[in-house]
Design a protein around this ligand. Sequence first.
Ligand code: SF4
Ligand code: SF4
Length: 375
Amino acid sequence: MARVYNWQIGREMSYWYPEHRPQKQFAAVFDTNKCIACQTCTLACKTTWTSGRGQEYMLWNNVESKPYGSYPLAWDLNLLKKLDGGKWNGSRYEGQTIFESAEAGERVLGWRPESQDYAYPNVGEDDCAGQVDAGAYMNSPHMAWFFYLARICNHCTHPACLASCPRGSIYKRPEDGIVLVDQSRCRGYQECVKACPYKKVFFNPMTGTSEKCIACYPKIEQGIQPQCFVNCIGKIRMAGFINKPESARPDNPIDYLVHIKKVALPLYPQFGLEPNVYYIPPIHVPTSFTRQMFGPGVDAAVKTYRNAKNDPDLAALLCLFGSSEMVMPQFRRQGDMVSGIDAQGNTVVRVPMNEPVHVRPAYDRLYQIQRTNCP
Ligand code: SF4
Ligand code: SF4
């Protein structure tokens, strides 16, 4: 075992390979407050990459209703129970990661789902937490809650799938940190399926190999955001590249949200993988729940997000989500306009922070017709 640094848990930790960060790291921010669980992202991915034989139950992107939704079944609960973690001291995690609590002879603490666990991708959909007592909903509509969690591979900095593969079939691209399975090397041992705590590697019984989200790398190479991002109806997603905290750039959207404003947080940082999809936590959910899911920064993140209307740069950046299909490694606010800038320095989109409202008369004199209130 080597020693690597994981800034998300504020300390060094044990990992199978020495630390080897890519030149650039693909990353994303998802705003859970905007997701409507329409599953357009799920279908955009499915029709692009996993419509073949053996891929019937394979969802590289899925959206689940928390707290009861999970795909595959109980993916997070199973590991949380085994890990016996949760000991944070401020921003330092003092429990064990899945690498540090691996059993003798194993590289990672994991579990392999049964095929039945993949059979119910919509389990728990829109189910509330807690009991709604008779009449309670009349007085206190916020006693019961749920929220939608969109999930893809996190293209982790310290991937468990990569660490666990006895064939060395999984690799992290040096140019963008995207994690891929070399299909020609894979022999289908499924150690990666067992090891990935997010259960984002899938076994294809027809090909006998493991397959996973590829971050639509042919698009990323062209400076275009992945399919699940550009098709997102709720405009909850922003793709880009993240720097280490000490080299965070305030004009980089991902750095700004993750390192500077700390409003976007990793999913289960205590697992120890330094995952690179970051979530703006749901602001209506008790933080006693979301703290376990997104770490100790949740309370501050919710406060910052609630205050966004008084924070022009943050408000501007939130307007840029879903505004262009291009990757925007840079943003700039000028007055109440915000620009997204591509890797070549070209402005690819300009968005107003306040949309003008046009009120049209019901009767259009020019065309002599009555209009409905459709836009
Ligand atoms: S397309 Fe966007 S809004 Fe719809 S479910 Fe997916 S992440 Fe949520
Ligand atoms: S989320 Fe899972 S499959 Fe993706 S890089 Fe991390 S460990 Fe590997």
